[in-house]
Design a protein around this ligand. Sequence first.
Ligand code: FAD
Length: 415
Amino acid sequence: MYEYVIIGGGVHGTCLANHLLDSGGCTHDDLRIIDPHEELLASFATKARQCGMRTLRSSFVHHIDTEPFSLETFATGHDRGDELVATNDYPNRPTLELFLDHARYVIDRHGLADCHVRGTVSAITDPDARDSLRVETDAGAFDTRRVVLALGLGPQPTYPVWTATVPDTAPLAHVWDDGFDPMAATGFDGTTIVVGGGITAAQLACRFAEQTHVTLLSRHDLKTALAEADPYWINWGHIETHLHTLPAGSQARHDRIRNARNDATIPPYVMDRLTDARDRGDLTIRIGEIACAHATGDGLLVRFADGWSTANAQVLLATGLEPAPDHPLVSQIAETLGLERGANGFPVLNDRTLAWRRTDGTDSRVFVAGKLAETTVGPLARNVVGARRVAERLLASCPDSRRQRRTAVDPAHPT
Ligand SMILES: Cc1cc2nc3c(=O)[nH]c(=O)nc-3n(C[C@H](O)[C@H](O)[C@H](O)COP(=O)(O)OP(=O)(O)OC[C@H]3O[C@@H](n4cnc5c(N)ncnc54)[C@H](O)[C@@H]3O)c2cc1C
């Protein structure tokens, strides 16, 4: 019987595991992290590299360790202080490589990889009727007292409707496709169109503009914003006052989050790179949409909604991911365990403990992290700092459960 099984070994799952072990709330024997990748954090590292990200958007105090200045100490201790990049009107931000190397150091320090089971979870059941949960995976079944869902931003890439008729062999890719290889795509002998209007599209366009001419196609004018949301939303008291006062599961919570998030925006330092590429003649920015695309012997013939067209093109999509609640596991768990879903299919959580509520109003043994917890954790739930907020809630609601159990068995056992 495990104390915790965390589903997903990305930024959130790994950060939570680190906090749980660091606090003494559980041991390696009590904890499993189920994730299909070879290594923890692989999902984030791959995505970041696929889009040509150089630095994080968040500051140096946002990382997976428990001490706020851990990443800064790591950087200076390894003579890498210059990888904390100065930013106007914002704290220093780490380079991607510094962030990942620090995360690997944290993983090694706590032996987090020992808790990692390579596998994909297909179902959660409660054979003991509420006393425990069974996590079914392609690597076997795991019985546990608590499950934490840390499934990521969305189950699969979003494809625009016009892509449905484009054959698989055509030069069309989504930046979050598992098999997307930016190196191979830079070798395309024709024009490259990057579709999207946010930071991912901008970074991808900048990366390709170093090799070839790129058209960045956005549905809207490009907008700048430094952070993904106002830093007030890091503060739990602010979240309680401005989010938890709205009805749980309501559309009003989603509306507040949408208004608070700077979605589809580009930070000024990436906008500067776009402007430089445009001034060099390597990049064109178009506002519009693709109406249809046909495969030809020379790449794609692309027609735009305004009547313009271009031939011999490859199209790279940076159009995001499907909604997090569309993950098949979310429906399976809700149906099997009788859990409540609110507006847009999001889990309805206990705002204090992050336990997914049953339809009878009681707390289940399933806890939720990341974007799926947005209606309780707020606009920065999906971000690195959101993982820390979730860890604090989990530790506060289930303090030192392993030691408590031991004490119950053996009151003389030192705590
Ligand atoms: C390119 C990029 C840059 C970003 N930059 C920043 C930034 O600078 N600052 C910031 O705060 N945030 C940033 N974010 C947002 C956020 O921090 C990241 O998306 C982060 O990876 C989210 O962590 P996560 O654990 O929720 O998801 P992920 O890191 O994607 O991990 C989810 C994991 O769950 C696994 N999983 C899913 N289903 C199952 C299943 N059924 N069984 C087992 N495992 C499963 C997946 O395989 C995956 O490994 C960025 C996001 C992206 C994409």
